[in-house]
Design a protein around this ligand. Structure first.
Ligand SMILES: Nc1nc2c(ncn2[C@@H]2O[C@H](COP(=O)(O)OP(=O)(O)O)[C@@H](O)[C@H]2O)c(=O)[nH]1
Ligand SMILES: [Mg+2]
Length: 237
């Protein structure tokens, strides 16, 4: 237990360093978590296609093996850095810190981190993101928020993806939402289909809102920083 505590404490320190860097640059950073195949990469590709023109988006891709997802992102023209975790089942803040050095995201941009497909381990690791976004698809069953409560408790937003398939399934979307709220009463929920685009506008608006807020905070911090420099110069004179 104490080894686990040490690992998480070290991760939290590195996550705070990532968060400071995001905040210094006015970057809105999201950590997308889900089981494999829920549609994270598809959602990212479609999001970049719709939003990339107005808002620079870069991506950190986490997978145990292959660069397949980073290549899918690069095909959109967006910059992506692949991190292979080997036997590791999640990204940690140290890996993301290194990936950020290679990614070199622009100020006032959006950084999307696609975590390793796994509904358990990524919940414990803060990467310095503004929000964890859990993507659950309608083929996974209504009980998943109850079976994997840590993930749904850690997320601020749940995306219910593949809603285009609802007419073909015995899946109760209201029940999965109620289960998510039992675990996390404050969780926001958006229903969408990454492949048909239905419901995407609300997701794009949610991202825009976060990006505007991240920029506003950076702009609000800037005059204070200048003030400090002026005060130092005056003190030296
Ligand atoms: N019907 C449907 N299929 C989807 C949707 N989003 C993703 N998929 C499919 O689900 C599979 C896994 O998607 P992927 O983006 O690789 O999932 P990831 O492992 O979470 O990154 C692919 O075959 C996608 O085409 C959706 O909204 N509707
Ligand atoms: Mg993927």
């Amino acid at each position: 237990m104490s080894v686990e505590r040490d690992i998480l404490a070290k991760n939290d320190r590195e996550a705070n360093a990532n968060r400071r860097e995001f905040s210094r640059l006015g970057i809105f950073a999201l950590n997308l978590v889900s089981s494999p195949g829920s549609g994270k990469t598809t959602l990212l590709v479609e999001t970049i296609g719709r939003l990339g023109g107005e808002l620079p988006i870069t991506v950190i891709e986490g997978d145990q093996q292959t660069s397949n997802d980073a290549e899918r992102i690069r095909a959109t023209g967006a910059k992506a850095v692949q991190v292979n975790t080997g036997k590791g089942c999640h990204l940690d803040a140290h890996m993301v810190g290194h990936a950020l050095e290679r990614l070199a995201p622009a100020a006032d941009s959006v950084v999307m981190i696609e975590n390793v497909g796994n509904l358990v381990c990524p919940s414990a690791f803060d990467l310095g993101e503004a929000h964890k976004v859990v993507v659950l698809s309608v083929t996974e069953g209504e009980d998943k928020p109850l079976k994997y409560p840590d993930m749904f408790a850690a997320a601020d937003l749940m995306i219910l993806n593949k809603c285009d398939l609802l007419p073909h399934l015995a899946f109760d979307a209201a029940l999965v939402e109620a289960n998510a709220r039992r675990v996390n009463p404050a969780i926001e929920i958006l229903r969408l289909s990454a492949t048909t685009g239905e419901g995407m506008d609300a997701w794009l608006a949610w991202i825009r809102g976060g990006a505007v807020e991240a920029r506003r905070r950076r702009a609000a911090a800037a005059p204070r920083a200048q003030g400090c420099a002026c005060a130092e110069a005056a003190a030296k004179a």
